[in-house]
Write a protein that binds this ligand. Structure first.
Ligand SMILES: NC(=O)c1ccc[n+]([C@@H]2O[C@H](COP(=O)([O-])OP(=O)(O)OC[C@H]3O[C@@H](n4cnc5c(N)ncnc54)[C@H](OP(=O)(O)O)[C@@H]3O)[C@@H](O)[C@H]2O)c1
Length: 182
């Protein structure tokens, strides 16, 4: 099962400000919808609250340590491990080949060691913000495709869709533990 981190990142690493996205990028919203449709999507409680509703056509799995947190149309998981287990089961039921992890920074940092792919939108602007994407280590991640796009209608900046896979010699942390490698 693939675990894909999907994120839009400014040139200075910013991904959010004031629990919202710091830009409007209509093209990236369509890209996100296409990447995630029919799949389980795991996100932190803050990201869920910034979206404000379940994602249609996808299973929205929200991670929170808050025992009373609940909302219609979402699955709440009390730990990341339980969220990924629920997502795995959901993907199998749906016949999906991947789990999507949609942020925010708190979640990206924790899942990155287990992720198998990154689907990054590089937003070609510098912007002030209070949350950042963790560094993408070139020793671990290999860029496999890149498409550059001018800003279209409803886009604050030009952008690139970039995909990464793990370098051949690297294995996700969970597999390394299972095989005794480190
Ligand atoms: N540019 C992008 O692609 C993108 C994507 C997503 C989000 N964002 C932005 O990122 C910001 C939000 O990110 P964030 O880092 O502040 O918050 P977040 O990752 O969305 O959510 C953090 C919350 O998730 C829960 N959580 C985290 N780890 C957990 C664990 N191991 N077990 C159980 N619960 C866990 C906790 O919820 P409780 O406090 O309820 O316990 C924690 O407060 C917003 O500005 C948003 O717009 C940007």
């Amino acid at each position: 099962m693939q675990i894909i981190l999907v994120a839009a990142i400014a040139e200075n690493g910013v991904i959010g400000r004031g629990n919202a996205l710091p830009w409007r990028l209509k093209s990236d919203m369509a890209h996100f919808r296409a990447l995630t449709m029919g799949k389980p999507v795991v996100m932190g409680r803050k990201t869920y609250l910034s979206i404000g509703k379940p994602l249609p056509g996808r299973t929205t799995i929200v991670v929170s340590r808050e025992r009373t947190f609940a909302a219609p149309g979402i699955v709440v998981a009390p730990s990341l491990e339980q969220a990924l287990t629920a997502a795995h089961g959901d993907a199998l039921r749906r016949g999906a080949e991947a789990i999507v992890v949609a942020g925010g920074a708190d979640i990206y940092i924790q899942v990155m060691p287990q992720a198998t792919r990154l689907a990054i939108t590089e937003v070609h602007m510098h912007v002030e913000g209070d949350v950042h994407f963790p560094p993408i280590d070139a020793k671990i991640w290999r860029e496999t495709s890149r498409s550059e796009h001018d800003a279209g209608e409803g886009d604050a900046a030009a952008f690139a869709f970039v995909h990464y896979e793990r370098a051949a010699a690297d294995v996700p942390a969970a597999s390394a533990q299972a095989t005794g490698r480190n």
